[in-house]
Design a protein around this ligand. Structure first.
Ligand SMILES: Cc1ncc(C[n+]2csc(CCOP(=O)(O)OP(=O)(O)O)c2C)c(N)n1
Length: 574
């Protein structure tokens, strides 16, 4: 902590000599309760034993994972699906380093987490003590902020700040490293009611004159397009986006992170853009005269070749994080602020322009170039399974995915109608995310259908979390699209490396027996005609279930913009 922050705590404690004395561990639990935390995900160990002791009779729910990576992805899935801050706890050394992928994953996708790690006692730090790892050093570039706690009395202020930093502005993970002696030591407990960090003041309201400029530009545009990213969802702006779009008659494409931020059934939705986007969304980008980016960061999977991205468009870039604006794509009209607030302001100042011809053109493309795959008569296409699931749930479920072909097919063929119903690792592309993320979502939404769609490769990355699901009695639905390959890598080997399938053929366990071994239902479809029956049986089952679908092995995801190519150079499919 900064010197003046220490001083603030000391001044407060000196003012009132009647503060209750608490151990550091008790302070942590008390602060979590005051922050409204109802569940924490974690895994115990030596350095966090005092915290687990304080947890024992605290009334706070704790979900014990089978690996710290499982715990942090679960906290992340909880945060993505509920909009609250996810909390995770791990011990020092390997416990902390096992959290690193999950922290990076949350950082890349702007997910609010508070990560508590145990550390060796203060006097041992720097001695290569047993289970010592410099986790604040390691996570410096992958956290929004991190702390190494040096005095027990500072814990409440640090926790209060950590939650504020995690959830405000552009959300992200904040790590607090707590040496064991700090958790044991007793000090007066002073809990600050508010946070003031002069150097961190996120801009919420956009600059009014910039809003006016953007409004005028929108009114004059003939071919405007909204590119909506994950920021729409983290801002909670989906209603305002819908109102804005309907009033202005501007079509929308949503990035992978933005799926669900605008209803897929809406006629002005064009699908996802980018590498595996729809022909219409990509053509719209390449032909738009105005591109309004709302909380998207122009990821290379969206832009393709940057020099040829949206060549005819003026760019309006709206983001709460000024560092994003102009980072990748030169922006004529930057607008820094919270998207919800920006849309409210824009709605007041903008009149609808003339977009009728443009919309007609896009509708024509949509008709001519829908997403398509060659279905098979007997064999199972992964796309078919996802379509069937989408028809079954009608958007009324929370879907988590892993990473690979199944993830892209889910993005393409599942119709996401509501925000926070797709949990997927967008920025980092972390295989092994899907299953624990679904755990977190189901914990946060005990009465909702939560479905994890995974591949036979990804599911094996955190398969141990099946035990967590059974212990917690979570009625999770797990779909494994088994193609016997690391499919997405195999697809690239097929297209770019002349079918040299180097190390991508993969065997796995018998997933049906594995489900049974863990104590859940396991069912399998091997023929197309079995798909709906297995889906219905699995989805109606009132406990956890693995539904395995033996899908065609060498199916590819199309459309496909090859890496480094421009969005004009789409391979549309076989
Ligand atoms: C942790 C991690 N390791 C490696 C990769 C690289 N990778 C991306 S997709 C993929 C294949 C995924 O296979 P599977 O889960 O079976 O899904 P499929 O593509 O077959 O649908 C791999 C290995 C990754 N994204 N994450």
């Amino acid at each position: 902590m900064r010197a003046e922050a220490y001083q603030q705590v000391d001044n407060r404690l000196a003012e009132e000599p009647v503060y209750e004395m608490k151990s550091g561990a008790e302070m942590i639990i008390e602060c979590l309760k005051r922050e409204g935390v109802d569940v924490i995900f974690g895994y115990p160990g030596g350095a966090v034993i005092p915290i687990y002791d304080a947890l024992y009779d605290s009334g706070l729910k704790h979900v014990l994972s089978r690996h710290e990576q499982g715990a942090i992805h679960a906290a992340d899935g909880y945060a993505r699906s509920t909009g609250k801050v996810g909390v995770v706890i791990g011990t020092s050394g390997p416990g902390a380093t096992n959290l690193v992928t999950g922290i990076t994953n949350a950082y890349m996708d702007s997910i609010p987490l508070v990560v508590l790690t145990g550390q060796v006692p203060t006097s041992y730090i720097g001695t290569d003590a047993f289970q010592e790892a410099d986790i604040t050093g390691i996570t410096m570039p992958i956290t929004k902020h991190n702390y190494l706690v040096q005095r027990t009395q500072d814990l409440p202020k640090i926790l209060k700040e950590a939650f504020y930093i995690a959830r405000s502005g552009r959300p992200g993970p904040v790590l607090i490293d707590i040496p064991k002696d700090i958790s044991y030591d007793v000090a007066p407990f002073y809990y600050p009611e508010s946070v003031s960090i002069p150097s961190y003041q996120p801009t919420i309201e956009p600059n009014p004159s910039q809003v006016m400029k953007v409004a005028k530009t929108i009114e004059q545009a003939k071919r405007p397009l909204i590119l909506a990213g994950g920021g729409v969802i983290s801002s909670g702006a989906e209603t305002e986006l819908l109102q804005f779009v309907e009033k202005m008659q501007i079509p929308v494409t949503t990035t992978l992170m933005g799926l669900g931020g605008f209803p897929a059934s809406h006629p002005l939705w064009l699908g996802m853009p980018g590498m595996h986007g729809t022909v219409t969304a990509n053509r719209a980008i390449q032909n738009a005269d105005l591109l309004i980016s709302l909380g998207a960061r122009f990821d290379d999977r969206v832009t393709g070749k940057i020099e040829r991205f949206a060549p005819k468009a003026k760019i309006v870039h709206v983001d709460i994080d000024p560092a994003e604006v102009g980072k990748i794509i030169p922006t004529q009209l930057p607008l820094v602020g919270d998207i919800k607030h920006v849309l409210v302001q824009l709605m007041k100042k903008t009149s609808p322009g003339d977009t009728i011809e443009w919309i007609e053109q896009l509708q024509q493309w949509k008709k001519e170039k829908p997403l398509r795959y060659k279905d098979s008569k007997d064999g199972i296409k992964a796309q078919y399974v996802i379509e069937q699931l989408s028809n079954y749930t009608k958007g009324d479920a929370i879907i988590s995915t892993d990473v690979g072909q199944h993830q892209m097919w889910t993005a393409q063929y599942y119709k996401f109608e509501k925000a926070r119903t797709l949990l997927t690792s967008g920025g980092l592309g972390t295989m092994g995310f899907g299953l624990p993320a679904a755990v977190g979502a189901q914990v946060g939404h005990p009465d909702q259908k939560v479905v994890c769609i995974s591949g036979d490769g990804s599911i094996q990355m955190n398969i141990q979390e099946l035990a967590t699901i059974v212990q917690q009695k979570l009625p999770l639905k797990i779909i494994i699209l088994n193609n016997s390959y690391l499919g997405m890598v195999r697809q690239w080997q097929q297209i770019f490396h002349d079918c040299r399938y180097s190390c991508t053929f993969m065997t796995g366990p018998d997933f049906v027996k594995l489900a049974e071994a863990y104590g859940m239902l396991g069912i399998r479809a091997v023929k197309k005609e079995e798909v709906t029956e297995v889906l219905e049986q699995g989805m109606k089952h009132n406990g956890p279930v693995i539904m395995e679908f033996m899908v065609e092995e060498e199916e590819n995801v199309f459309p496909f913009v090859p890496p480094g190519a421009s969005l004009d150079e789409m391979i549309e499919g076989e």
